[in-house]
Design a protein around this ligand. Structure first.
Ligand SMILES: Cc1ncc(COP(=O)(O)O)c(C=O)c1O
Length: 1020
């Protein structure tokens, strides 16, 4: 092995050839697992150990047993108080030289990584390590007092976030770098955990596995992984490694409620082996955690590679090593349980999770995972590893070449213009499109390989769906006789399926309509008949390397790069050129890398202050109703999008705007009908005397204009606004924005004409619960005070429902009292309805209706155009007329024909699709379900809001209301992984902004609540 020998003939030579191991240095034989025989852990009574600690170190301690598979460990406390350390009684099978190597390795890492916490052996006042060889009831045993690191390990943490996984990879790399040139005689040992011996360990221990079927799976998988490792073993660098940097052996610090590993314990397995084993062992331990699957380890691999670059051979070795690690864990765990006669609860509890590690490790073929890892480290365009032959009139597969011009290429990609926005919900869309082409005279219709498909995704799925085809789908107009593209043999035939393995190492699968194929095993020459492909029905064709397992036709996008490097485009077999636009579709095939490249381009083209959702956002290029679709075909439930109340891709708005753009789009000084229609329709939604409309393009412009109208109408310059509010980015709308989440310096930098009053937040503001009634008198008093100081305000501006703080209703009567106060002094009441308006509250179309008031000026945007730029200010004729003093008002595209028809289409949809009623109905249902969650998850401090303007506020403590800011960010990240777009809001960024499109239905509301429940239960 490793030297050209076949697998199984001399399985141990890979290790033996590498380095001398298990030999004697200094006369004492180092540990050799294969010679050691049974290895029961020491089992001293706690009282005996207490006595030894007292005798040897003069310390009085209380001991709590800790788990260990081969040693015996106790947590030592100084008589009921602080933890003194961990008493470690090493298995007598290990020599003093080995223990010295472990201590030296720990010191090495501690010295090279002072920012990490490393559990080294404690020393006494004289600096002597607290270790001793004591005579015990079980003979001479080495006993050490090792530093105890606080914070706990990752054991039992059910979900590991990508950040935590990345930190594990980083710790493994730091250890690897620190030990790169470390040498010690105690490193030469033969450990059960050293992957160089994995094959032997599995061979030796597998028989102890009580389950015959599982045993076979483990031994088969180990043999296959061993054979794959053999190919690169000779190129793997060796060095000293910790060899056990798993979830059990990294210790965490908790920063703001989020645990991050920053320490290492247990150096008992330090040895010299392949350097890459360090990483493989670390990532294996991720696999049993809740929700983890093979791609979950990629953050660790990336983090490791960034610090300690992996060679191509090491990359190829990682997954076989993971499989071997899993196999060794499974057989060793079963063996240890038997050795200890069921006494070792630690080993017994591990059995289940070790099996989970194994199941995940083998859930994807190793070769595929190697491709996935390679792509994650070096995202290169996916290129075909194989290509199909073609000659003369024969195309390779078709006995008669079809006219390439008559082969219709179907497009069901995420950015396809051939299908309507909602077409992905149509089950037989692809067949339908193909039949349409055949009916129009096409000889065949074909869907390309590799491009993620719109039609394959589940709407409500916590994982991505298989959307990436590994081959093509073809529909023929006429039955097509098939011929073998080369010499080979039939590998499968029957049920319409034909597989041919060609002598050049390729496998061709034709599935779903091959009649009269040659019998299984038939030898074929190029051009030999292969039966006839039926006409009119879908036929799937794949071309792949024959030395990997037969591929599924559709694979999940995260794994696609791994599958596709083992496959080729079958289109040339049909006489077509390999796919056009290789680069573009290659990007589609590795959408994660494409999304990352796009965000880099965005960063270069955009100013840094223009933030985006999520650190590593998916590339979203399509939406339909309450869903968004990534370029990889992944579907996300959009729970934040208050700009699109009608939902995404609304055909009514799209058609109206498209029609209008073709007919006329110009500035609003022309005389055209749409602007009048929309203005009349909008004014009709508002109570008297609000009848005069200004049209602009955004909420900021609407607020800015509302303020200018108030300034002009009153001849004043001061404005009263409320804290924790956001009103826009223009000069004036920004001036009245006080939210420190949007601008950390907001409070210190408001101009002197802005006067902020308390945010009337009854949950966490100055006045809470029934005391919240005091906010309005305070605000009124402030207005009176300003008037008394000779600065009566031009206006009081507020959102009519406290959106920015997480959908909190204003206290009853708040606006009535404050509006009255400002009007008493001759000022105006401005309602910012940019978020709260347009039916989101369900029971009212406008937020001010909930407060039983009528403002003087209303600012509207967002919902008004369903994403198309459209804002409005609506006021009374009298106030509008007074704005004349400022000259004329003109916004080129405010109320343009296209914007106006969009506005009308939105109002039509509100009426026809009963969106406001839906907001009340589904919103009520959603709120009730969220309230139920709050009874089970203490992190939920409150569920705020009404209709579909809701907020879920997270607190660390329900009494102090300490905001759970970091937790909220992490929960949003985890929700994205589960297919939900959610963002935090509020000054503390601790409130989930629950503002989905108003067309959301109950199943989507359920999906959101179920996923939130899962995250709160499993962790983030
Ligand atoms: C309450 C409120 N007012 C005004 C604005 C500004 O609107 P726009 O982003 O359309 O300029 C926003 C935007 O988030 C808002 O939430």
């Amino acid at each position: 092995m490793g030297h050209g020998s076949g697998a199984g003939t001399d399985r141990f030579s890979m290790a033996a050839g590498a380095e001398r191991v298990g030999t004697e240095r200094g006369g004492v034989s180092a540990f050799d697992f294969f010679d050691a025989g049974e290895l029961p852990a020491p089992n001293l009574a706690a009282a005996e150990v207490t006595a030894i600690v007292r005798e040897h170190w003069g310390l009085d301690v209380e001991l709590v047993p800790l788990g260990s598979q081969q040693d015996q460990n106790f947590l030592a406390r100084a008589a009921g108080e602080a933890v003194v350390g961990v008493v470690k009684i090493t298995n007598p099978a290990f020599t003093a030289t080995e223990l010295a190597a472990q201590e030296a390795a720990a010191s090495r890492i501690a010295a090279s990584a002072p920012d990490l916490r490393i559990a080294t052996t404690t020393t006494d006042a004289a600096g002597t390590p607290r270790s001793s060889v004591a005579a015990t009831s079980e003979g001479q045993l080495s006993i050490r007092l090792i530093e105890y690191l606080h914070g706990g390990t990752l054991t039992g943490d059910s979900y590991l976030s990508p950040k935590v996984v990345a930190r594990m990879g980083e710790l493994a790399a730091r250890a690897s770098l620190a030990l790169a040139d470390f040498d010690h005689p105690g490193l030469d040992r033969v450990l059960q955990w050293d992957p160089r011996f994995a094959d032997r360990v599995v061979g030796l221990l597998a028989d102890h596995h009580p389950d015959r079927a599982k045993r076979a799976r483990v031994t088969d998988a180990a043999a296959a992984a061993w054979a794959e490792l053999d190919v690169v073993a000779g190129e793997l660098p060796m060095q000293a490694v910790h060899l056990d940097l798993t979830d059990d052996n990294v210790v965490c610090s908790t920063e703001h409620g989020v645990r991050v590993p920053d320490g290492m314990i247990d150096f008992g397995d330090v040895t010299r082996t392949w350097a890459v084993a360090e990483l493989a062992i670390t990532i294996s331990s991720v696999l049993h955690h809740t929700g983890a699957e093979p791609v979950s380890v990629l953050p660790a691999v990336r983090a490791f590679h960034a610090l300690r670059p992996l060679s191509p051979a090491e990359v190829a070795a990682i997954w076989p090593l993971v499989v071997l690690r899993a196999a060794v864990l499974v057989v060793s765990g079963e063996h240890q349980v038997q050795l200890d006669g069921g006494d070792n609860a630690y080993a017994a509890s591990g059995i289940e999770r070790e099996w989970r590690v194994f199941q995940q490790a083998v859930s994807v073929p190793s070769r595929v995972m190697s491709g996935v890892i390679a792509a994650a480290l070096q995202p290169a365009p996916v290129t075909a590893a194989v290509a199909g032959p073609s000659d003369g009139n024969r195309t390779g597969l078709l006995a008669t070449r079809l006219d390439a011009g008559r082969i219709a290429r179907l497009d069901v990609s995420i950015t396809s213009d051939d299908v309507d926005a909602g077409a992905w919900l149509v089950a037989d869309l692809e067949d339908h499109l193909a039949r349409r082409e055949l009916d129009h005279g096409a000889a065949a219709a074909m869907l390309p390989w590799r491009t993620p498909r719109l039609t394959a995704a589940d709407i409500h799925s916590p994982a991505s769906s298989p959307t990436v085809p590994t081959g093509v789908d073809v529909w023929f107009g006429e039955p097509q006789p098939l011929t073998s593209p080369g010499a080979g043999a039939v590998a499968a035939a029957g049920d319409g399926h034909l597989a041919v393995v060609l002598d050049d190492g390729l496998r061709l699968d034709v599935e779903g309509g091959v009649e009269g194929p040659p019998a299984m095993g038939t030898r074929l020459a190029a051009g030999d008949a292969l039966g006839v492909a039926a006409s009119g029905s879908r036929i799937r064709m794949r071309l792949q390397r024959a030395d990997v397992p037969p591929m599924p036709h559709l694979v999940r996008p995260e794994y696609a790069p791994g599958w596709l490097v083992l496959a080729g485009d079958p289109a040339p077999l049909l006489g077509l050129p390999a796919e056009d636009g290789l680069e573009a579709s290659a990007a589609d095939a590795a959408p994660a890398a494409d999304a990352a490249r796009l965000i880099e381009r965005r960063a270069r083209a955009f100013a840094e202050v223009q933030e985006h959702y999520f650190e590593a956002p998916p590339r979203i290029e399509r939406g339909w109703r309450q869903h968004l679709i990534g370029t990889d075909g992944r579907v996300y439930l959009d729970m934040v999008n208050n700009v699109t109340p009608l939902g995404h891709g609304h055909p009514g708005v799209a058609d109206a705007v498209a029609r209008q753009l073709r007919r006329l789009n110009t500035n609003s000084r022309f005389n055209y009908g749409a602007v009048v229609d929309f203005s009349e329709r909008l004014a009709a939604t508002l109570p008297e005397p609000l009848d005069t409309v200004f049209l602009v393009n955004s909420g900021s412009e609407a607020v800015d204009l509302a303020l200018r109208v108030a300034f002009a109408a009153t001849g004043r310059r001061d404005v009263v606004a409320i804290l924790e509010a956001y009103h826009g980015w223009t000069y004036a709308s920004d001036a009245v924005s006080t939210s420190v989440a949007d601008n950390p310096d907001a409070l210190a930098t408001r101009p002197d004409w802005v006067h902020a009053v308390d945010a009337p937040n009854p949950f966490r503001g100055r006045y809470r619960g029934t005391d919240a009634a005091r906010y309005a008198p305070d605000a009124a008093a402030r207005i009176a005070e300003l008037a008394a100081q000779g600065r009566p305000p031009a206006a009081f501006i507020a959102e009519t429902f406290f959106g920015n703080a997480g959908g909190i209703p204003l206290p009853d009567g708040y606006l009535a009292e404050v509006y009255a106060a400002v009007r008493t002094t001759g000022g105006l009441a401005i309602a910012d309805e940019v978020q709260a308006g347009y039916g989101r509250l369900g029971h009212w179309f406008w937020g001010f209706e909930q407060q039983g008031v009528v403002p003087d000026i209303v600012a509207v945007a967002k919902a008004a155009g369903n994403g198309h730029p459209l804002g409005a200010v609506i006021t009374t004729r009298e106030i509008a007329t007074r704005f004349r003093s400022q000259g004329y008002f003109f916004s080129s595209t405010g109320g343009s024909p296209a914007s106006s028809v969009a506005g009308v289409a939105v109002l039509d949809a509100f009426r026809d699709e009963r969106l406001q009623e839906n907001a009340a109905e589904v919103g009520g249902y959603l709120e009730a379900r969220l309230e139920t969650l709050a009874t089970r998850h203490p992190l939920i401090g409150a569920v705020h809001g009404l209709g579909l303007y809701l907020g879920v506020e997270f607190v660390r403590d329900r009494a102090t209301l300490e905001p759970a800011t970091e937790e909220t960010a992490a929960i949003c990240d985890r929700l994205l992984e589960l297919g939900i777009v959610m963002q935090p809001t509020g000054d503390h960024q601790n409130v989930l902004k629950v503002k989905p499109p108003l067309c959301i239905d109950r199943p989507s509301a359920d999906f959101f609540v179920d996923m939130l429940d899962r995250v709160l239960a499993e962790g983030w």
